[in-house]
Design a protein around this ligand. Structure first.
Ligand SMILES: [Zn+2]
Length: 115
């Protein structure tokens, strides 16, 4: 239970940012349907739960669909592929799992995208 609470606490910041983007679009353009692409470094289930609860709480009448996206990197050594990472704050500089020398460039799954 304590672990779950920690994950929820961690995702609150990301959910708050996401809701900020959704509300900006909704108030500006009246958009009511959103796709939220969440990197696998997040706890997707907790994120989705919080997102839906907070939208109800703020009375924002929009539909959201949460999609999971992989975290993928490309390294100078030629390595290119998906990596396993369980902390979204560590997706800024990732040590290449192949050469273990270079910090690889994250080409997908760096941030949450709202479409
Ligand atoms: Zn490498």
């Amino acid at each position: 239970m304590k672990v779950l609470v920690n994950f929820l606490a961690r995702e609150v910041r990301f959910v708050t940012e996401t809701i900020g983007k959704i509300m900006a679009e909704w108030t500006k353009n009246g958009k009511k349907s959103f796709i939220v692409k969440v990197p696998k470094s997040h706890h997707i289930k907790e994120f989705e739960l919080l997102l839906k609860q907070m939208l109800i709480h703020y009375q924002v009448p929009v539909k959201t669909e949460v999609q999971e996206i992989p975290v993928e990197i490309r390294c100078k050594c030629g390595y290119c592929g998906e990596i396993k990472n369980s902390d979204p704050t560590e997706v800024i500089r990732i040590l290449c799992p192949s050469c273990k020398k270079n910090h690889a460039k994250v080409i997908s799954g760096k941030n949450i995208e709202v479409i």
